[in-house]
Write a protein that binds this ligand. Structure first.
Ligand code: FMN
Length: 449
């Protein structure tokens, strides 16, 4: 009987009587040999593990359940969001997480950051990455600051104190909202080394506006950010569906919710009640006050008055067209925030990240020195780097820090900022860029263009 054995093939059948055509016999012969370990490299032969091999692999640690350990396990802002959702009652979580109407503006803004290609340069020395920058006449250790957010102590009781102190520790600006639940003076006292900015809802009632402006200056704020995308309130449908009230009311639903989010309710009920701390002298109800924040009669004449009245840097927040960007700069703004209010006002509004190249080109053509700040949709440090590459001078985060706050108070905001910083450092190194000033539009390609 002839046996066809390809020359030099160690796996060829050796059993007498077997042929290559007899594939079944061949395979079982091979398996038998492999099982016996014959003909295999030493590393592929099975053996009984020895203790000395196992010892270095055994790294059993005592499980840690502390807040710090929990937060360390978050690697992304989305992880912090998951933690926040588990720890916060539905109404305040949705108030933060949600946006207006069908939430298209927010979804598109986040998607816009994903629909890009980041284009690296290789063989650059990126052993040291410098993320520091100057914005509005002062330094910031990172190219991002904290956006103004109202009712912050409702999300987690450390609220504005956690935000301002974390920002001061990170060396970045913090913006207190007119709707803040800590006062201008309390934030200045809590974060005395921080760069504190104040966000103003301007009223045509100038006495009321003036009082806040003077207090902001006295409390050491170097920048006033006037928000102009709130002629009326956006339709936040999650709040309507949740029957959201401020402060949250104790109803059957919220008491049930409290049973599995006890820490939030314990904190909430054992701290000072929520107020608009900078407006505590307002005589009406909270609902009246909220409605009064949105003044549909405002015009450029009010902006001119503000420019004359406020001596520090003036930034206009909520710019959504190239024309308006140019116009507010002509009226004396030192900076603009390209923002659709985190998708919380007009649904299907322009996406700030898409608007950025045009606005940047227009202001450059006008030889304007006004700062371009961008917010809405930022969920990673790479989003920030992409915005800077396309012409932003600075960025702001709203939800990204609030998820951290809800996940773990001050330590959670610290964690959010650490995550973003690490993201930014890594993205810059992989792009082959070591300084913010070296980022250019060449580093980003909008897919589909
Ligand atoms: C819960 C919450 C409250 C906010 N309150 C204010 C506010 O009082 N004044 C303001 O100008 N913008 C406010 N904003 C908008 C933010 O300043 C910022 O424009 C927006 O959050 C950016 O989008 P992002 O959350 O995707 O980062 C708020 C946003 C959130 C999420």
């Amino acid at each position: 009987m002839t046996q066809t054995v390809p020359p030099g093939n160690p796996e060829a059948p050796t059993t007498p009587g077997a042929t290559a055509a007899d594939s079944g016999a061949s395979a079982s012969g091979h398996e038998a040999e492999a099982a016996a370990g014959r003909g295999l490299p030493a590393a592929l032969k099975r053996r009984v593990p020895k203790y000395a091999d196992l010892a270095p692999l055994m790294q059993f640690k005592k499980p840690e359940f502390s807040r710090a350990a929990r937060l360390r396990r978050a690697s992304t802002i989305w992880d912090l969001r998951d933690m926040a959702k588990r720890r916060t009652p539905q109404a305040p979580f949705d108030y933060t997480d949600g946006a207006a109407e069908a939430e298209i503006s927010l979804r598109r803004a986040r998607q816009a950051f994903l629909d890009i290609e980041l284009r690296p340069g290789v063989l650059r020395d990126v052993s040291s990455i410098d993320l520091s920058t100057d914005i509005l006449g002062g330094p910031s250790r990172l190219p991002v600051g904290i956006a103004p957010t109202g009712f912050t102590r409702m999300m987690q009781s450390e609220g504005e104190y956690a935000g301002s102190q974390a920002a001061a520790a990170a060396g970045i600006p913090y913006t207190l909202s007119t709707m803040g639940t800590a006062s201008l003076e309390d934030v200045a006292a809590a974060a005395p080394t921080g760069r504190n900015w104040f966000q103003l809802y301007l009223w045509t009632d100038r006495d009321r506006s003036l009082e806040l402006i003077q207090r902001a200056a006295a409390a050491g704020n170097d920048t006033l950010m006037v928000t102009v995308d709130t002629a009326v309130a956006g339709a936040r449908l999650r709040d309507v569906r949740n029957g959201m009230t401020i402060p949250p009311a104790l109803t059957l639903k919220t008491v049930l919710d409290a049973s599995y989010r006890p820490a939030w309710w314990f904190n909430f009920l054992t701290h000072e009640p929520l107020t608009f701390a900078s407006l505590s002298r307002y005589a009406g109800t909270v609902a009246d006050l909220i409605n009064s924040m949105f003044d549909p009669t405002l015009t450029y004449a009010d902006l001119d008055w503000l420019r004359e009245t406020w001596k520090g840097k003036l930034v206009v927040k909520g710019i959504q067209t190239v024309d308006d960007a140019r116009k507010v700069v002509d009226h004396g703004a030192d900076g603009i925030v390209l923002s659709n209010h985190g998708g919380r006002q007009l649904d299907r509004a322009p996406i700030p990240f898409h608007l950025l190249p045009e606005v940047s080109a227009a202001l450059q053509a006008d030889r304007s020195e006004a700062a371009i700040i961008l917010d809405t949709g930022i969920m990673s440090g790479a989003d920030i780097i992409a915005a800077l590459a396309l012409g932003a001078d600075f960025t702001l985060i709203g939800r990204a820090y609030l998820y951290g706050l809800m996940a773990g108070g001050r330590a959670g905001v610290d964690r959010a900022l650490q995550i973003l910083e690490k993201d930014m450092e890594r993205t810059m190194a992989l792009l082959g860029v070591s300084r913010i000033a070296d980022l250019t539009p060449e580093h980003v390609r909008l897919l589909g263009t």
